[in-house]
Design a protein around this ligand. Structure first.
Ligand code: GLU
Length: 407
C-alpha cells in the first residue's frame, strides 16, 4: 500500500518518526509538511526547426529555516510536482544533517534532453531562469546540477540570471564551469563524499579493499564512486546505466569502462565484462550495492532479491518505503541518501562561500574539508543508530530534524 502513496507522503513518514523519537509534538513540526513556496512555470522556446514548444518546469523552496534554499535542477521526461517537492524535502534534511547554512530546494524541467540539440537546451535553461528570476537568487534560492544537468547548464543559467540582474551573480548557482566561478572538486564531490564516508566506516561495517561492489547508474555520481573505490582496491563487479549492465566477478577495469562509456554512451557493450539486463543489477552478487540513478529503483518487487549486506544510497530516494522495510528486516545496513550523497551539496557550499568572498580554494582544502564533514557526520549518525538500536536513516533524520527545529 505504501508504495502507492505519493513520494512526498512516503518522505513525510521519516519526519513523523524522527519527531516522535525526539519527543516533538505535532505543532512543532506541522509546518514541515507543507513546502514554503512552489512555482510551476511554462517554458516556451523556439526549436531549431523554427517551431515553438512548451515544457513544464518547477522550482520548490521547501523550507528556509536554516538559510537560503539550496538544491539542484534536473531535466527528466518523467519529472513531476510530487517528485520535485519530495526532492526539495530531502534537500532540507540533507543540508540540516550536514549543518550547512541552507534550507532545501529543488527544480526540474520535464524534458528528455537526448531529444534536444545543445542550442535548444541552452534556450530552455535560460527560459527557466527568466520565468523563475524572482524565486532564485544568491541569498534566496541557489541552484545546482542534478540528474541530466551539469556545469554547462549551470553556466547558462548563471549567465541568464546575471544578465537580468544587471551584474555578475555567480553565487546564484553552484557546480558552474571553473571560468564562471565554479569550484575545484565540485565535479566528483558527490561520489567522493560517499567514498570518504564508506572508507571511514569500514571497521564498523566489516568491509575493506577487496569487497565486491555493484553500482547502479554510471552518470556523474556512480562513475566517480566506482573510480575511487576501484583505485582503493575494491572490486567493482557490476555496473549499469539506463541502457543495460555489465559484470565481471573478478572486478571490472573501471578506467577502461569510463573510456568506453564516453565514446559508446553505454556500459553493456564493454568488452571487459559480461552483458546483462539493467534490471538485474539490484540482485547482483556483491557485498555493497550503490544505487546511483533515480528514486524508487529498489522497490517491493526486487528488494528481496538484494544480496548485498550494505547499501550506500548515492541517488536521492532510491529505496521505496516498502523496500526499506524489507531490507531492514533482512539486516542490510543502509547508509541513507541524506548522508551518503551529501558530498555534492557540501562542496556546493564551499563554492558559494568562495564566490561571496571572491577567492578560490586549492583542491586539497576542498578534499580535506569534504572528508572531515563526511566522516564526522557519518560517525555521528552511526553512533546514534547504535545507541538507540535504530537504522542509520532514522538516526540521520533525528539529527537533521534537531538542526531544523533547534531542540
Ligand atoms: N543535486 C545534488 C543533490 O541532490 C546537489 C545539490 C546542490 O549541490 O545544491 O544533493
Amino acid at each position: 500500500m505504501v508504495d502507492q502513496s505519493s513520494l512526498h507522503e512516503q518522505a513525510l513518514l521519516h519526519l513523523d518518526e524522527a519527531a516522535q523519537r525526539l519527543g516533538l509534538d505535532e505543532p512543532a513540526i506541522a509546518y514541515l509538511r507543507i513546502p514554503e513556496e512552489t512555482m510551476q512555470v511554462r517554458l516556451t522556446i523556439p526549436m531549431d526547426d523554427g517551431s515553438q514548444r512548451s515544457f513544464a518546469g518547477w522550482r520548490c523552496r521547501y523550507d528556509s529555516t536554516r538559510g537560503p534554499t539550496k538544491g539542484g535542477v534536473r531535466f527528466h521526461p518523467a519529472s513531476n510536482l510530487d517528485e520535485v517537492l519530495t526532492l526539495a524535502f530531502w534537500m532540507t534534511f540533507k543540508c540540516a544533517l550536514l549543518a550547512l547554512p541552507y534550507g532545501g530546494g529543488k527544480g526540474a524541467i520535464r524534458v528528455d534532453p537526448d531529444t534536444m540539440s545543445r542550442t535548444e537546451l541552452e534556450r530552455l535553461s535560460r527560459a527557466f531562469i527568466k520565468q523563475l528570476f524572482h524565486v532564485v537568487g544568491p541569498d534566496r534560492d541557489i541552484i545546482a546540477p542534478d540528474v541530466n544537468t551539469n556545469a554547462t547548464v549551470m553556466g547558462w543559467m548563471t549567465d541568464e540570471y546575471s544578465r537580468i540582474a544587471g551584474h555578475p551573480s555567480p553565487a546564484v548557482a553552484t557546480g558552474k564551469p571553473l571560468d564562471q566561478g565554479g569550484s575545484l572538486g565540485r565535479e566528483d564531490a558527490t561520489g567522493r563524499g560517499g567514498f570518504y564516508l564508506l572508507r571511514r566506516l569500514e571497521k564498523q561495517l566489516g568491509i575493506g579493499p577487496g569487497a565486491r561492489v555493484a553500482v547502479q547508474g554510471f552518470g556523474n555520481v556512480g562513475l566517480h564512486m566506482a573510480r575511487l573505490l576501484h583505485e582503493a582496491g575494491y572490486r567493482i563487479v557490476a555496473v549499469s546505466d539506463s541502457r543495460g549492465a555489465t559484470g565481471n566477478a573478478g572486478g571490472l577495469d573501471i578506467p577502461a569502462l569510463i573510456v568506453h562509456k564516453s565514446s559508446s554512451k553505454d556500459v553493456a557493450s564493454f568488452a571487459g565484462g559480461e552483458k546483462f539486463d539493467a534490471a538485474g543489477l539490484v540482485a547482483a552478487d556483491c557485498d555493497i550495492l550503490v544505487p546511483a540513478a533515480l528514486e524508487s529503483t529498489v522497490h517491493e518487487g526486487n528488494a528481496a532479491a538484494v544480496r548485498a549486506g550494505i547499501i550506500v544510497e548515492l541517488a536521492n530516494g532510491p529505496l521505496t518505503a516498502q523496500a526499506d522495510a524489507i531490507l531492514e528486516r533482512k539486516g542490510v545496513i543502509i547508509l541513507p541518501d541524506i548522508l551518503a550523497n551529501a558530498g555534492g551539496v557540501s562542496v556546493s557550499w564551499f563554492e558559494w562561500e568562495q564566490n561571496r568572498a571572491n577567492v578560490s580554494w586549492p583542491l586539497e582544502r576542498i578534499h580535506d574539508q569534504l572528508r572531515t564533514r563526511m566522516e564526522e557526520c557519518g560517525l555521528a549518525v552511526f553512533e546514534l543508530a547504535r545507541q538507540h538500536g535504530i537504522s542509520c536513516r532514522s538516526a540521520a533524520y533525528m539529527l537533521a530534524l534537531k538542526n531544523i527545529v533547534k531542540v
